[in-house]
Design a protein around this ligand. Sequence first.
Ligand SMILES: NC(=O)c1ccc[n+]([C@@H]2O[C@H](COP(=O)([O-])OP(=O)(O)OC[C@H]3O[C@@H](n4cnc5c(N)ncnc54)[C@H](OP(=O)(O)O)[C@@H]3O)[C@@H](O)[C@H]2O)c1
Length: 375
Amino acid sequence: MPLQGFATTEGTARYRERFVGSAAENHFRFEQDLWLSSIGVGTYLGGYDEETDRAYADALARATELGANVFDTAANYRFQRSERSVGEALRQLTGARAAARDEIVVCTKGGYLPFDSEPPKGAEGVRAYVEETFVRPGIIEFADLAAGSHCMTPRYLSHQIAQSLRNMDLETIDVYYLHNPETQLSVVTRAEFDARLRAAFEQLERERAEGRIRAYGVATWNGFRMQPEAREHHPLERMTELAREAGGERHGFRFVQLPFNLAMPEALLLDNQPYEGARVSLLEAAKALGVTVVASASLLQGQVARDIPEHISAALGSLSSDAQTAVQFVRSTPGITTALVGMSRRAHVEENLQLARVAPAATDDYSRLFTQEGE
Ligand SMILES: NC(=O)c1ccc[n+]([C@@H]2O[C@H](COP(=O)([O-])OP(=O)(O)OC[C@H]3O[C@@H](n4cnc5c(N)ncnc54)[C@H](OP(=O)(O)O)[C@@H]3O)[C@@H](O)[C@H]2O)c1
């Protein structure tokens, strides 16, 4: 029987209570009636083998012990294996009564056609897999695909949500993201994209009504970081309008995810979002629109976890490693609720979660990052 329930105000508050006295003030943030940790665990990278499956399950369980209650995955991560590792971690945690289902915020994504456990062999194998798994059973038509691999039709999303629930052995997903919807913009017009997005949101509202998901959003790579004129640009204000059309004032479009790290600070610094006739940053627009922002790639896949200049480390509290400094930057950014860090290694979990005991950088110190070195 699948694990019942979902993250709740009461459950996440109970989780937070366990860290009173050890976690720093503001390690947990109250958003969308939930207490979310400022560091969450991502599950994107790594091989498609049993050793990595076990390593992720162990890392997620260890992170939960150390103060991280946000899990992020996607159907296609490691060919569905990461979702299954999330399921295994939740089984271990709840089985040992180390955590309860209502304490953990489980987030996954759909959009990319996922393979199953391993990739098929060659282009012929891929086509045969897509045909057998999705086309012949009537879940998609080849014409629904953007860039040969991305789909967000209502029928497909419904199928993917059911599959993610099975993979994680859950009754309910807390946050369901459309994965990189900007992929569609490379092939369809803006008007067609909006129609597809509205239809997707309508489906996600139905999934909410039926208790399979609690909230939804978009997890992007380029969409929120581009200039408004760019073809792949996502205007958040328009997206929330579409969600309102789909679900009324109490719609469930409450989360967005985008990369944010020392080398990709656009969400804070680029005024690319139309909002009430002005242009503001994504973080400002999200705040005004009641949308919670989650940062992905907090370490730029490890690349910003080294060689951080001294003045940046100093402003962020002279922490014991560059990885910690990079994560501290993200979790200290006003408007970012959770910094996702991909961690399949227990040692990385233990290093990064030392930050749960450290307060995010104070506003004045954080502002010093944006003055010239030595100024
Ligand atoms: N478009 C999207 O929706 C999107 C795109 C990218 C990412 N995401 C989400 O965001 C999460 C985070 O991004 P990411 O995993 O791509 O990249 P990341 O968090 O920037 O970096 C993860 C990499 O850093 C390593 N690492 C972790 N802690 C470290 C430490 N203390 N010292 C040195 N290396 C360390 C990890 O190694 P180990 O695994 O060996 O521990 C892994 O190789 C993803 O897992 C995913 O959930 C979403």
